[in-house]
Every structure is written in structure tokens, then in C-alpha cells.
Write a protein that binds this ligand. Structure first.
Ligand SMILES: Cc1cc2nc3c(=O)[nH]c(=O)nc-3n(C[C@H](O)[C@H](O)[C@H](O)COP(=O)(O)OP(=O)(O)OC[C@H]3O[C@@H](n4cnc5c(N)ncnc54)[C@H](O)[C@@H]3O)c2cc1C
Length: 322
């Protein structure tokens, strides 16, 4: 396995390099290099994006919005004072990622770009994402797969920070090879992840995530993160929940581990939580309603129970301090 390694220090140089065929962005390499080593990809060139201007910076604008460079390490995100103070749900989600070594190497851009942990996909089984027509997990082993249908593939996306970013209404800044940038929501970034055989993100060839922006409206308020794992540490989420009651009273709740992308509960559930006046019976009913569209496979109905329980705890936390 051989590839060229480039470490440009200007965005135009990086974009020029990424416009070439068989060229991909490299963050910390904690997923991409494993993927290459296991023969699942063979790019000709890796473009290390950590040295680009602003890539490793976290800045807060005059209006209070936060901009996080795509090359910011997960460990930095977990410990940064302004992230901890104003967006604790994101800091807690980052802190729950893997191990200290992974958090020190992994970047936020790479964390969003990492591929699912589905063993069929990673072992080269001819599943939907490996050139086949059907998801191998459906008739196979699928304890850890999704319960929210989104397409042929049933793998879940492993990013914890993405779930928090969804609840914070974050936008992703993407720059194309011609230098033109666009901003998309987390939902749009992952749109069609389960139906796309080649990737989970809606990035065109040569496009680069340069930054993640969190609006000032999502600062402070009440923020809650919970990650349910099989082991106490160094594990992916079976189910995770990011919940935010913003200073303006609006509520956002997203679940991880349930689908091919962070999954936001319906607006009507969020609005009912925001209205308050909920007793335990109403919380049970809301948690039930939120998971109404879940379609578990034979071995993972336990995730529906877990997700309902996580939602009840999140909603209790949001209304306790209302
Ligand atoms: C044992 C283990 C446990 C883990 N546990 C967790 C966990 O609990 N929670 C969790 O969230 N993650 C977990 N991870 C994933 C880990 O956090 C990711 O490997 C890491 O975040 C990827 O970041 P990276 O910078 O190393 O990405 P890379 O490996 O460098 O890149 C990953 C992908 O993203 C693309 N990419 C990188 N940067 C950009 C960019 N700026 N724009 C566009 N595309 C880009 C690359 O081309 C590649 O396709 C775990 C990983 C391992 C190995």
C-alpha cells in the first residue's frame, strides 16, 4: 500500500490537490489509515488538512456564535473553556469519544467523515455499501444496527459530536474545488446516508469541510448529553441523546446510535417539551410518540427501550430547570 502525502498550508493549495482523482482529505488518520490498511480504500494521495489556516482554531464571534475549525482535535473540543461554558453538550459528547489517544489524534472534520463501524462493511462483505444490493445485517447479526429506517443500509453513524451538533443547530462550512463555499445543516450533511452506497456525507469529489459553526441562539440554556454503551468506556454508543433547551425556550433533541445519521425527534415533541407542564405520564407518552416511527430488526428492539428511557431522562432534565 503506497500513497503520496501532502500537507498544504493554504486552502487554494489544498483544494487544487483535492481536485485530482483518487485524492482524499486526511485529518488525524485514525479511521482513514485503518480503512486503507485493511484494503477497503486505496487513494493515491492524502491531503492533510490540519495545517490549513484556521483549521485548528476555535473562535467566538462578537454575536456569540462559535466557529470550530475542521482540524480541531476532539480532545481540544472536550476541554476548551468556551465550549465547556457555552456548549457543554458538545464538550461532553467529545469527551465521550473513544480513548484519550483517539481524542488527541482525531479531528472534528474526520469524526464527521468516519465510516460506519458495521462489521459487514469493514470486513469487505458484499453488502449494499460494498457493491451489493442488500444490507447483509438484515438477515445477519444486527444487535448494534439502526432502528430508524432511512434506506437500504442499516448501519448507524458512529459520531458522538455530530449528535450534539444536530441538537445545537450547527452548520457545516464546505468548500468546493473551485473555492466556492456553502453552508449546510447537519441533517443535510448526512442526507441519504443509508441510501448512498459510496459514502455517508453529501460531499462531492474534492469538497472539504473547513469549519463547523454553532449559532449564538444555541449558547447556554440547559444542555444535556447521555451516551449508553455496552462497556463503561472506549465504546461506541448503543444509543446517545443530546438535548438542549435554549435561552429563548426552544427545545432541540437528537438521538445517536439509532440511524445512519443523528436523528432529531419530531418538532411536535420538542414543542411539547418546550411548553412545559409535563408530569411523568406525559413524559412517557412523549417518549413513546418520539419513537413511533422506529422499526427495529429482530435483535435490536432493546434500542427502542433504551432510546425512550434516554429521552425521558433528557426531557426531565430540560423541564426541571425551566
Ligand atoms: C477504537 C475506536 C473507538 C472509537 N470510539 C468513538 C466514539 O466513541 N465516538 C466517536 O464519535 N468516534 C469514535 N471513534 C472514531 C474516532 O473518533 C474517529 O476515528 C476520528 O474522529 C476520526 O477523526 P480523524 O481526524 O482521525 O479522521 P481521518 O481518519 O483522518 O478521516 C476520516 C474520514 O473523514 C475524511 N475527512 C477528514 N477530514 C475531513 C475534512 N476536513 N473534510 C472532509 N472530509 C474529511 C477523510 O477523508 C476520511 O474519509 C473511535 C475510533 C476507534 C478506532
Amino acid at each position: 500500500m503506497t500513497f503520496a502525502y501532502l500537507r498544504p498550508d493554504s486552502l487554494p493549495d489544498a483544494l487544487r490537490a483535492l481536485a485530482e482523482p483518487s485524492t482524499v482529505a486526511l485529518g488525524g488518520g485514525t479511521d482513514l489509515l485503518v480503512w486503507i490498511e485493511e484494503g477497503l480504500a486505496a487513494p493515491a494521495t492524502l491531503v492533510d488538512v490540519r495545517n490549513l489556516p484556521g483549521a485548528a482554531e476555535i473562535t467566538v464571534g462578537a454575536d456569540g456564535a462559535m466557529r470550530i475549525g475542521a482540524g480541531v482535535r476532539i480532545a481540544t473540543l472536550a476541554e476548551h473553556p468556551a465550549v465547556r461554558e457555552h456548549f457543554p453538550v458538545l464538550a461532553d459528547a467529545a469527551r465521550s469519544v473513544g480513548t484519550p489517544a483517539l481524542r488527541n489524534m482525531g479531528t472534528l472534520g474526520g469524526n464527521l467523515g468516519q465510516r460506519p463501524r458495521c462489521w459487514y462493511l469493514r470486513r469487505g462483505v458484499r453488502c449494499f455499501k460494498n457493491g451489493g444490493t442488500a444490507c447483509a445485517a438484515v438477515d445477519g447479526e444486527h444487535h448494534y444496527h439502526g432502528i430508524i429506517p432511512g434506506g437500504t443500509c442499516h448501519a448507524v453513524h458512529p459520531s458522538d459530536p455530530a449528535v450534539a451538533l444536530e441538537a445545537l443547530d450547527a452548520h457545516i462550512e464546505i468548500v468546493a474545488a473551485n473555492g466556492v463555499s456553502r453552508r449546510v445543516t447537519v441533517e443535510a450533511l448526512f442526507s441519504g446516508a443509508a441510501a448512498n452506497p459510496a459514502a455517508e456525507l453529501t460531499l462531492a469529489q474534492g469538497e472539504l469541510i473547513t469549519a463547523i459553526e454553532i449559532p449564538a441562539a444555541a449558547r447556554d440554556g440547559v444542555q444535556h448529553w447521555e451516551k449508553l454503551m455496552q462497556r463503561g468506556a472506549w465504546d461506541f454508543a448503543l444509543v446517545s441523546c443530546a438535548a438542549v433547551r435554549r435561552a429563548d425556550g426552544a427545545v432541540r433533541i437528537a438521538l445517536g446510535g439509532v440511524g445512519a445519521a443523528p436523528w432529531r425527534v419530531s418538532l411536535s415533541v420538542e414543542e411539547d417539551v418546550a411548553s412545559g407542564g409535563l408530569d411523568e405520564e406525559s413524559l412517557d407518552a412523549l417518549a413513546e410518540r418520539a419513537l413511533y416511527d422506529a422499526e427495529p430488526l429482530a435483535q435490536n428492539a432493546y434500542k427502542v427501550t433504551m432510546a425512550r428511557a434516554a429521552l425521558r431522562r433528557a426531557m426531565r432534565r430540560l423541564i426541571a430547570t425551566a
